[in-house]
Design a protein around this ligand. Sequence first.
Ligand code: TLP
Length: 334
Amino acid sequence: MIDLRSDTVTRPTGAMRKAMAEAEVGDDVFGDDPTVNRLEALCAEISGKEAALFVPSGTMANQIAIRLHTRPGDEVLMESGAHPFNHEAGGAAVISGVQIRTIFGARGILDPAEVQAAIRPPNVHFAPPTLLCVEDTSNRGGGSVHPADRLQDLAELAHKNGLSAHLDGARAFNAGVASGIPLHERYRCYDTISFCFSKGLGAPVGSALCGPRDLIETGRRVRKMLGGGMRQAGILAAGALHALTHHIDRLDEDHQLAKSIAEGLLSLGYCVETPETNMVYVPILNAPQAAIELANSGVACIAVAPDRLRLVTHLDVRRSDLPTILTAFSRLPR
Ligand code: TLP
């Protein structure tokens, strides 16, 4: 099966497994795990922030960030396709007691004027807006990459209005490679940034939340509260370190393959946009049925809407899989 459901499906390579097996470990809840400490220091450096926290998932990174930047009763602004609004099981309401206000952005990219219009002024009737979340790349926006000046404008707008700015960078390295701009520059204006090792980078588990030292230290307590304090987590951190060392530059291969898939689908008559990173969204009638038929032809993907499929390229998909993928689509009834 060629598995295009997500870039989360990758399995650790032999070299990554070896690095994990050989990791030096300690009890990370005591702060004793040298491999986790090394990973957190590297993440802080990569993000250009003072400190970083290793967490089990992108969801936990976002939820800790929301908790750190808000108080119960606050309002959090984000694009309507954003992950915490759509795919985090209502966690922001449960963990932080906040309400989420969504704003539509073309291709998942917010327009500062629309954000400004959505920021409620101080008024006894209103939930005070205290946080803006931005997602780069935007998953439901098609893996779109924010222009660097847009990232900056959005964060500055948040700050000007007294809001904090959090960047959900589950696929920040895809954005970094596609734009050629390193993360510490792209996300300089953001108070916190999260990124995932378990997506395109190909590690089995883990994400990082990066930001100011005092905030990240408080985040360490929130992580514990959520049950995310891990013990000999160096085994997992070693996978992440291996990914950061060996799997960033190769993301361009995933982006090129996604482009080739899109071009192939275009030539079959599908109306697809050219992907900027590793996701191809395919408008199609009866997407759930199409996904079943594609799976019967050896290609797994997800129907993200009744009329839309998502194909995601990653470390475990090869260019030599392209003909099988296109043949599977050519067999679908049109
Ligand atoms: N996204 C997953 C699903 O949950 C939809 C996927 O297959 O794309 N932020 C963004 C932008 C994400 O796309 C995801 C995962 C997360 C956060 C959460 O990461 P995990 O799965 O590690 O909790």
